[in-house]
Design a protein around this ligand. Structure first.
Ligand SMILES: Nc1ncnc2c1ncn2[C@@H]1O[C@H](COP(=O)(O)OP(=O)(O)OP(=O)(O)O)[C@@H](O)[C@H]1O
Ligand SMILES: [Mg+2]
Length: 238
C-alpha cells in the first residue's frame, strides 16, 4: 500500500498516568484514506486518550503517530483535520451561522464555506436561530459543521452520538456516513457494537488500553449485518 493511502499510523503508541494507569498500551493502528474506521471499546478503554494523542492535545509517553502526514499537533496537520473530541464552546445568543462565522475567522477560513457545512449537517433551515434554542442533536451537528468548515480530509469524532435521543442518533449516524463518502477519512469512536456495524467500513476494538481485535470489514452500510463478524470484548488480535 502506498504511504499516501494510510492517513493514520500509530506504532506502540502508549500513554501512562503515573505508575498505576496505562490508558493506552502499545497501540498499533492503521487507518486508510476514504474509510470510516470504527474505534470500539467500553468505558475507560482508552478511546478518548488515543484520539487526544492523535490530535496533539496530549503527548504520548512512548510510541509514535503520523496523522494526515504530520506529527500530531503540528499546524500543517491540524489544517487537514476536523475533530469533535471536546465540544467547542458556542455563544448561546448568537445564531448557528454567526457562531460558525466566529470560528471561521478564528481558523482563517472564508465565510463562503459556512452554508455548505450547515447544509451537510442539515442545519440550514435553522441557521438564523440562536444556539441556545437548539436541541442537543442540533448542537452536536453544529459542532460537526464547525469541524467541516476547514474542509478537512480527516474527521476524528469521539462518540458523537452520546447523549442524543434515538432520532438524534439516527441523524448523526447518517451524517457520519455522509462525511465518510468520497475521499474523506473518518475515525469514529464508540462503545456501541451495533453503531460501528452500521456505520463503519472497518473496526478496531480496544480494551484496557490494548488493541484486542481488528476486523477486516463489518457490515456494509446498505446491507444486512447477518454476515458481519461478531467482535467480542474478550476476542484477541490474531
Ligand atoms: N488525565 C488523566 N489522568 C489520569 N487518568 C486518566 C486521565 N485521562 C484518562 N485517564 C484514565 O485512562 C483510562 C482511559 O480513559 P479514556 O477517557 O481514554 O477512556 P474512554 O475509552 O474514552 O472511555 P469512555 O467511553 O468512558 O469515554 C481510564 O482509566 C481513565 O481513568
Ligand atoms: Mg471517551
Amino acid at each position: 500500500m502506498a504511504a499516501t493511502d494510510t492517513v493514520i499510523v500509530t506504532r506502540s503508541l502508549t500513554k501512562r498516568y503515573g505508575e498505576a494507569i496505562t490508558a493506552v498500551d502499545t497501540l498499533d493502528l492503521e487507518v486508510r484514506r476514504g474509510e470510516v474506521f470504527g474505534f470500539l471499546g467500553p468505558n475507560g478503554a482508552g478511546k478518548t486518550t488515543t484520539l487526544r494523542m492523535l490530535l496533539g492535545l496530549i503527548r504520548p509517553t512512548a510510541g509514535t503517530a503520523i496523522v494526515a502526514g504530520h506529527t500530531p499537533g503540528s499546524p500543517a496537520g491540524l489544517r487537514l483535520i476536523g475533530s469533535l473530541v471536546e465540544s467547542p464552546a458556542f455563544y448561546p445568543y448568537l445564531s448557528g451561522r454567526e457562531n460558525l462565522k466566529v470560528m471561521a475567522d478564528y481558523a482563517g477560513v472564508h465565510h463562503s464555506r459556512i452554508d455548505g457545512a450547515l447544509e451537510t449537517v442539515d442545519l440550514l433551515p435553522r441557521a438564523r436561530d440562536r444556539f441556545a434554542t437548539y436541541s442537543m442533536g442540533m448542537k452536536q451537528r453544529l459542532a460537526v459543521a464547525a469541524a467541516l468548515i476547514k474542509e478537512p480530509e480527516l474527521m476524528i469524532l469521539d462518540e458523537p452520538t452520546n447523549g442524543l435521543d434515538p432520532q438524534g442518533v439516527v441523524e448523526m449516524r447518517a451524517l457520519v456516513r455522509r462525511l465518510g463518502s468520497g475521499e474523506r477519512t473518518v475515525l469514529l469512536s464508540s462503545h456501541l457494537l451495533n453503531e460501528v456495524e452500521q456505520v463503519c467500513d472497518r473496526v478496531a476494538i480496544i480494551n484496557h488500553g490494548r488493541l484486542i481485535r481488528r476486523t477486516p470489514r463489518v457490515a456494509p452500510w446498505s446491507g444486512s449485518s447477518a454476515t458481519a463478524p461478531s467482535p467480542r470484548w474478550t476476542a484477541r488480535c490474531g
